[in-house]
Structure formats: structure tokens, C-alpha cells
Design a protein around this ligand. Sequence first.
Ligand SMILES: Nc1nc2c(c(=O)[nH]1)N[C@H]1C(S)=C(S)[C@@H](COP(=O)(O)O)O[C@H]1N2
Ligand SMILES: [Mo]
Length: 200
Amino acid sequence: MAPVARGFHGRRRTEESGRLPPGQYLTLDFPVLSAGPTPHTPTDRWSFSIDGAVDRTISWTWEQFLALPTEEVTVDIHCVTKWSKLDTRWRGVPVDSMLHNVSTSAQYLTAWSDGGYTTNLAVSDVTGGKAWIVYEYDGEALEPEHGGPARLLVPALYFWKSAKWVRGLRLTDEDEPGFWEGYGYHNHGDPWREQRYQGD
Ligand SMILES: Nc1nc2c(c(=O)[nH]1)N[C@H]1C(S)=C(S)[C@@H](COP(=O)(O)O)O[C@H]1N2
Ligand SMILES: [Mo]
């Protein structure tokens, strides 16, 4: 049995390391990284809006948001502080469906959150099945520390782009740096190209 177990372990290690972007290490726990205190917005005072450079503002109450069709996604996440976590399981609403009834020529947006956090994204980085507004993690309601009641999930980019406590997407004609981008983090943040800081 021992050689079999070792072989299995070896193959799994190789498979997992192929999923690690350059400079990252694997973690099994789920670190909490927040630039400020955890807001606790009750869901009866929560809304989600899409506004800015759009033909009309759309917003959802928590109840209306919960009624939208969801997807379950299992994805790897990569923090710029170098931890990566594989096979994280979330449930939420695809950003595609939230933008479906919006008419805009804007190519950028700012995701903004309770507490004042912002992060900027190209519309093309959150459409085409690449981003969700999630409210469950691992089959449970998303914990406040991890962004509950709802957070943005953009797994193809470093995790600072996945705004916790997200409350809206503001479409913009110009690309405007968000919170960490304003402190020198990379504008795009692709972990596979190791776009950690400006100039990478
Ligand atoms: N609102 C808000 N969203 C945020 C942050 C934050 O400080 N505030 N930190 C970002 C960073 S740097 C990371 S790595 C992830 C951390 O998410 P976690 O605490 O669920 O691991 O959230 C991102 N989203
Ligand atoms: Mo991060």
C-alpha cells in the first residue's frame, strides 16, 4: 500500500502545483484580509445598484437579489500576499445577468463596498462568465469577515479585486484606480502574469 499512497500523493502534489500561479503558495485555511473594520449592514437596509455611465440605474433589494437565478462555482483564489486556496465553493448571481438589462458604452467599472473600499475593473473582466456577486461559501451564508452579506468574486484576478461587502457597480468611461490600485497595486492584477504592483 505504501508505494501506492506515495504515488497518489506525488501525482496530487504535481497537479496542485500546476494550479499555482508564480510566486504563490498553497494554504488550506481561509485567511481574512480587510483594510478596515467589518461592516455589519443588515439585509433590510442592503441594496445593490448598477449606476454611473448607464442608460438607467438599476437596483435590487436583498429580497429581490435573492430571487435572481444563481450559479455554484468552484474556483481557485489567489491573494497578492502570496497565498492561494484551491477549489473554493461559492454560490451567487453571475455579473452577466446583473448587467443584462443595462445599456452602456462604458468599458470600466468601480465596485464599491460598505466601509468605503473600491476596486476598478474592465467590464470585459467581469463579463463572459468570469464574475459573480456571491452570498454563500461552502454551502453556508457568507460570513461577515469574508464579505457577507455579499461580495464580488473575480477568481481570475488577484483577490483584492473581489470586493467584500459589495453594494454596487458604477460604470465609468475612464478607468479610475480603486483603493489598492491607488496605493500602487497593479491596475489589472492577473496572477498568472504576476501583475502585483504597478510596472509588473
Ligand atoms: N471591502 C473590502 N474588500 C476586500 C478587501 C478589503 O479590505 N475591503 N480586501 C481585499 C483583499 S486584499 C483580499 S486578499 C480579499 C480577502 O478576502 P478574505 O478576507 O475573504 O480572504 O478581499 C479583498 N476584498
Ligand atoms: Mo489581498
